[in-house]
Design a protein around this ligand. Structure first.
Ligand SMILES: [Zn+2]
Length: 104
């Protein structure tokens, strides 16, 4: 049986490229044309999804490695679950600020 190492390396390289391209668009405030998957973020070693509450401006992050079972889901699918606890019960949806290597 052949090793799938070249394929895994290709997946890792593609994930890094996709996450970097998405991060640049988010950080520069450019229109978002796609969202990386949770699996791509983890594979690219950028597992921390950072966000801000538009209501109270509190910043937060979530470790996507805790969502490993949903590896094929895109990171934006987590937005409804990331409601700000300060602003409950009228918490607006958080705004995503990027994917990072570590917690901000
Ligand atoms: Zn808030």
């Amino acid at each position: 049986m052949e090793s799938d190492r070249p394929l895994q390396e290709r997946f890792k390289r593609d994930a890094k490229f996709a996450v970097a391209a998405w991060n640049v668009r988010v950080i520069r405030g450019l229109p978002i044309t796609f969202f990386p998957t949770i699996g791509a973020a983890v594979r690219a070693k950028r597992p921390f999804l950072t966000c801000v509450c538009p209501g109270c401006k509190v910043r937060g992050s979530v470790d996507l490695r805790a969502y490993g079972r949903r590896a094929m889901a895109t990171v934006d699918t987590l937005i409804p679950a990331l409601r700000c606890q300060r602003c409950v019960p009228n918490a607006p949806y958080v705004q995503i600020r990027g994917l990072r290597k570590s917690r901000p």
